[in-house]
Write a protein that binds this ligand. Structure first.
Ligand SMILES: CCCC/C=C/CC(=O)SCCNC(=O)CCNC(=O)[C@H](O)C(C)(C)COP(=O)(O)OP(=O)(O)OC[C@H]1O[C@@H](n2cnc3c(N)ncnc32)[C@H](O)[C@@H]1OP(=O)(O)O
Length: 395
């Protein structure tokens, strides 16, 4: 105990030197610029952007940046572990080593994402604005955003297509979450209109691609998906899914990133990736085994087992199930009460609950998107999508 407390005191005393040390990667990056590949341009920009930061991001973030930088430029940590009393170098080594075999490209991307989350616009939005009059946010036809009584509601509104998510809807949801993260609401809710919560990715997103542009299109879809999932990972306020009916694919996988999930007893939860020649996304390859255990997760993610709302609740994916007849009334009564809680307290508590996982989730998201990008170009996936379009297959 005495040793630990002495170590703590020393660590605090040595903190300034830790901060100075962590500037080292910036200098080294410029020396090794010639070794960069094309996609490293963003990385270089991020390093420059970091130098413009007005606010010190704190030791924890600097340590993450250090580790990501080392992983991105040198790969996995294989240098000898510094001695117990070499606190600073040991802390840095631990952070780098914790990234395990994270691919260099993913580390680079995570570095860029982390720096962009520290940009001046994020800095200025770290505080909730004081309560103001309820406001109506700009609406689009397929994603309807309203804000009232401390609740921002993002409603998927394409019921004739079972609320399938088009490319522009992904962008609209990203935008809606960005606005909601700094508006005067306390909580944010995502729900669907009509009978379905959502049938997931619109399978025609991939069919209007001219020949010769398929690879480029898969790459763009990978970037869009990564940004979409990142906006859930980083969302700072309580995020609640009101699952009004069946849910398929991406809208199921991202549930592991929500704080609370309420479901009607009519809802089902289906992730038919293998059937579609695809692979899990939305960080579900990590969150599902963590939430429900690896064998239950495998049944869903590998074999596409569809869960009822009650089964999903028993597995921990859903918080509570309500009878369809009283679902809307009960859920919204509860949410209205939650929205009266102190917003800053909710935000700070969410940060405590989620912050330790954030970096890992970003890494998993990037990896899942890379894998999925490859899957979209596969024969298995293309023929599954063609089957759906030509109505030979339905889930
Ligand atoms: C860029 C990021 C990519 C992220 C990747 C995410 C992966 C996933 O989300 S995988 C999941 C993809 N979703 C599906 O495979 C669902 C496919 N849909 C169905 O199997 C069925 O439509 C249904 C079981 C959801 C509903 O069946 P139901 O009999 O009630 O209705 P339908 O007559 O089939 O559909 C009505 C209407 O809606 C269109 N539609 C439904 N789902 C989709 C969809 N996912 N993509 C595109 N269109 C969809 C369906 O074609 C019908 O349209 P028409 O009335 O014009 O024929």
């Amino acid at each position: 105990g005495a040793l630990v407390s002495m170590a703590g005191r020393l660590m605090r005393r040595w903190c300034p030197s830790l901060l100075q040390d962590l500037h080292f990667p910036v200098v080294q990056l410029h020396m090794s610029r010639t070794a960069m590949r094309a996609s490293e341009k963003d990385f270089e920009n991020a390093v420059n952007q970091l130098k413009l930061l007005k606010k010190d991001p704190g030791n924890e973030v600097k340590l993450k940046l250090y580790a990501l930088y080392k992983q991105a430029t040198e790969g996995p940590c294989n240098t000898p572990k510094p001695g117990m009393l070499d606190f600073i170098n040991k802390t840095k080594w631990d952070a780098w080593s914790a990234l395990g075999s994270l691919p260099k490209e993913t580390a680079r991307q995570n570095y860029v994402d982390l720096v962009s989350s520290l940009s001046p616009s994020s800095e200025s939005s770290s505080q909730i604005k004081p309560a103001a009059a309820d406001e109506k946010l700009p609406e689009s036809e397929n994603v309807v955003v309203t804000s009232e009584g401390g609740i921002t509601k993002i409603m998927l509104n394409r019921p004739t297509k079972r609320n399938a998510i088009t490319t522009s809807m992904y962008k609209e949801i990203i935008h809606a979450l960005k606005v909601a993260s700094t508006d005067n609401s306390t909580i944010t809710v995502i729900t669907g209109s009509g009978d379905y919560y959502s049938s997931g990715n619109d399978l025609t997103n991939f069919t209007a691609v001219p020949p010769g542009e398929i690879e480029e299109s898969a790459k763009n879809a990978g970037i869009l998906l990564r940004d979409f999932v990142n906006s859930f990972i980083d969302f700072p306020k309580p995020l609640i899914a009101v699952v009004n009916g069946p849910a398929v694919g991406i809208v199921v996988t991202i549930l592991g990133l929500f704080d609370v999930v309420y479901a009607s007893d009519r809802a089902t939860f289906h992730t038919p990736f293998s059937e579609l020649g695809q692979s899990p996304e939305g960080c579900s390859s990590y969150t599902f085994p963590k939430i429900m255990g690896p064998t239950k997760a495998a049944e869903m993610l590998l074999f596409g087992k569809k869960l009822t709302a009650r089964e999903a609740c028993a597995q921990g994916l859903v918080t509570e199930v309500f009878p369809e007849s009283t679902f809307q009334k009960e859920v919204w009564t509860r949410l209205k009460a939650y929205a009266k809680l102190p917003p800053n307290s909710l935000r700070i508590s969410k940060e405590l609950i989620r912050s330790t996982e954030k970096e890992k989730l970003h890494a998993i998201n990037a990896e899942e998107c890379t894998v999925l990008q490859g899957r979209w170009l596969s024969e298995e996936c293309m023929s599954a999508i063609l089957n759906f379009i030509s109505r030979k297959s339905k889930l």
